[in-house]
Design a protein around this ligand. Sequence first.
Ligand code: ADP
Ligand code: MG
Length: 480
Amino acid sequence: MTVTQSTPEAMFIDGKAIEGASGKRIPVFDPSTEEVIAEIPDASASEIDRAIAAARRAFDHDGWPQTTAQERGRILFRIAEKLRAEAPQLAELESRNSGKPIVEAEYDVADAATKISGTVNPVPDNALSLSLKEPVGVAGQIIPWNYPLLMAAWKLAPALAAGCTCVLKPAEQTPLTALRLAGWLNELGVPPGVVNIVTGFGETGGARMVEHPHVDKIAFTGSAAVGKLIMKSAADTLKRVTLELGGKSPNIFFADADFEAAIDGALFGVFINQGEVCSAGSRVLVERSIYPKFVEAMTEKARNIKLGAPLDRETKMGPLVSREQCDRVCKYQQIGRSEAKVAIGGGQPAAFKRGYYVEPTIFYDVDNSARIAREEIFGPVATVIPFEDERDALKIANDTPFGLAAAVWSRDIYKALRMVKAIRAGIVWVNHMQPTYVEAPWGGYKQSGFGRELGIHGIDEYLETKQVHINLNEQPIGWY
Ligand code: ADP
Ligand code: MG
């Protein structure tokens, strides 16, 4: 491990940069060079508690929930503008991700702050019955490493729009862009304590947030295994929990689909962001009549995927995020070699001396019961599975513990729409794969979690509903 100009970073608690009392630091790597580029504090329990106390105070006493939706919206718009202005630098810091989608996310949710409204309930009495929407309180937000700043925006923006205060923990591998954002929050008018960014490991800092009695809600995006732990732990304090977990999403190709578009969609669906995408179309289901031709065309096109340094504009696939993730994906490549046939890839590219690179890999003749078809790999590994007809496609598509996303490719609108209705997943694309909009709900069925993110759906998850009954009848009740 070489250390070059590693920058010490601080957490952001109650409007202040906090170094971390214990002095324990976690190294942050550049996955393309394996160099340490920064160090972050490993938050102690007392620092997590301090962040939660600040968020609690900001919520209970400093008036953040009482600010008008317009004022909160204005602050979010300022954050969005700042992110837009800093997009090139943020994209560089993120190494592999452009800042643009993040800007969009922040921008549009800011507008939604003023769209939160209650309703009048038609009770059969001389009364006015209202449902009020109120912020749920202090939100603990735990995010993964695959889209660091984007995930921070998906979590912070709806919570702030709703009037919640936040303690956000980025993944220990990728904390830098969230910390950069933290550095701007005071000048952008976010009051102290409203947003706190803590760093550290999930097993310690993250777990502390989940069990803490002063946190009202946990919003988590990450692995299904950790999602299950969080749900169990949150039961002790009956916290609200929303979980966006993994997937094993089917990308389904009927013989009547546009062939060129289909091949592109199959590759893009699973290899985008090195396959480190919760909605990756990692199960490629192909109708038998086009299956051999499909595997061949996919393989040919996959040969042109350019692996390289994340900051190189020609690069289509960078390294995986960490040594740990690289080992994990290599292990699945090995399992796959014994479970199915290899069309391309299956190991690490010889061309790179450093960096956590793995080859884009296509397994074919995969049985849906194989481990590589059932378990989330979170890397550039496609499993191609043949099917006989619509019924068979549906059976295979739904035969998975997950239910995040799916895509159907066909020119037959009847068939495509029958599939859309029958697929058990939270997101279904037709003749496309991966488009994501801040206006449209995002989240899973089954073991892909529950709760929805983005747009007004996402804000709803940070709101409680209060029923208010106002008696309009001046007579006594007359009971006694
Ligand atoms: P991966 O295994 O790919 O790192 P995780 O689900 O473990 O994915 O990580 C996603 C996020 O969850 C990270 O911010 C991580 O620190 C956090 N995390 C991991 N374990 C726990 C836990 N036991 N409790 C709370 N948060 C956790
Ligand atoms: Mg983990």
